[in-house]
Ligand binder design. Structure first.
Ligand code: COA
Length: 321
């Protein structure tokens, strides 16, 4: 049987830094409130002419360079995003052109769980023999949808992109993936950009309900994906959850019964970068030299939809030198 393994990783954050102090000049909030309730100190923000496809292309370029793969060798590009440049064409097509790829390219929208859904999709394409090398990107520019007069949401989100190159391999890199969706929770977190009512264009969220959903869903889907991979939480080297709130990360560590230092956190410097947060966190681990071949990672996300999903990955790349 053909398996899928990660052979390249890359990420990109836009240059402009938006600090808590900057936000405190825009809405009634404080660095103290934001840090205590979320763990976030700053986030990155796209420039006026910078689009999601620009972030995606930068992250994709770095992942391809890391894998040493030429653009024409990529068989498929899947971009997980809920902040496309345009209604159409897809952000993936725009990214494909920027990267000089020639393969089929399309978007997949599972909101903040987008990267896990895209990873599942890429793995299935490789395991079925339909593709050999797939570029999977999670890219979002949530600051474009955020209402900068709503203090309950504008402090949470940031922009960025992260990417994996997956390739057919004898070694099993992606061990198991478990996904879920429940459209009954659609009104808990949404952005109705095509609505006729302009006020609804901005992101809206019931933060308390989303928090409760996250701390219920993440431990459950993590255990499901581990069970399907014939592993337990004790086998996991790194838990890499979607970065939405430090209190969510701490709660899920407690609920899973794992030491907090095994749960990766980048939230302080990035905020919630939606579908980019998981590959961004993994690229951070990798470039810091904290990933070894054989490490077991659980990538676990949740988001609007509602959607949730976990992937168990055996890291097969060598430690960065
Ligand atoms: N600065 C200062 N005060 C703020 C504030 C801000 N940025 N945002 C909200 N508040 C106020 C509220 O108005 C409320 O005031 P009140 O008591 O006078 O009504 C108070 O702080 C408490 O609000 P509450 O919503 O109960 O805070 P919380 O501790 O639940 O934290 C979130 C709010 C949004 C940080 C938290 O619910 C959360 O992170 N939820 C999950 C969101 C998420 O992950 N979304 C993305 C999913 S992919």
């Amino acid at each position: 049987m053909t398996h899928a393994a990660v052979i390249g990783v890359g990420s990109y954050l836009p240059e402009h830094v938006l600090t808590n102090a900057d936000l405190a000049r825009m809405v009634e909030t404080s660095d103290e409130w934001i840090v205590t309730r979320t763990g976030i100190r700053e986030r990155r923000m796209v420039g006026p002419d910078e689009m999601t496809s620009d972030l995606a292309a930068r992250a994709g370029e770095r992942a391809l360079a890391d894998a040493n793969i030429a653009p024409e060798k990529v068989d498929l590009l899947v971009v997980g995003t809920s902040t496309p440049d345009m209604a159409f064409p897809s952000t993936a097509c725009l990214t494909q052109a920027k990267l000089g790829l020639t393969c089929p390219a399309y978007d997949l929208n599972a909101a903040c769980t987008g990267f896990i859904f895209a990873l599942q999709h890429a793995t299935a394409a490789i395991e079925s023999g339909r593709a050999k090398t797939v570029l999977v990107i999670g890219a979002d520019a949530l600051t474009r949808l955020v209402d900068f007069t709503d203090r309950s949401t504008c402090v949470l989100f940031g922009d960025g992109a992260g990417a994996f190159v997956l390739q057919a391999s004898k070694e099993q890199g992606v061990l198991g993936v478990h996904l879920g969706s429940d459209g009954h929770g659609a009104d808990l977190l949404y952005a109705q950009t095509t609505a006729p009512v302009p006020a609804d264009a901005f992101l809206k969220m019931n933060g308390n309900e989303v928090f409760k959903f996250a701390v219920r869903a993440i431990p459950k889907v993590t255990r499901q994906a581990l069970r399907e991979s014939h592993l337990t939480v004790d086998d996991v080297t790194w838990f890499v959850p979607h970065q939405a709130n430090q209190r969510i990360l701490d709660t899920i560590a407690d609920r899973l019964g794992v030491p907090h230092e095994r749960v990766v956190s980048t939230i302080e410097r990035t905020g919630n970068t939606s579908s980019a947060s998981i590959p961004l966190a993994i690229d951070g681990l990798y470039t810091a030299g904290n990933l070894k071949s054989g490490d077991i990672l659980v990538l676990v996300g949740f988001g609007a939809g509602l959607t949730w999903g976990a992937a168990v990955v055996r890291w097969t790349k060598k430690e960065i030198s």
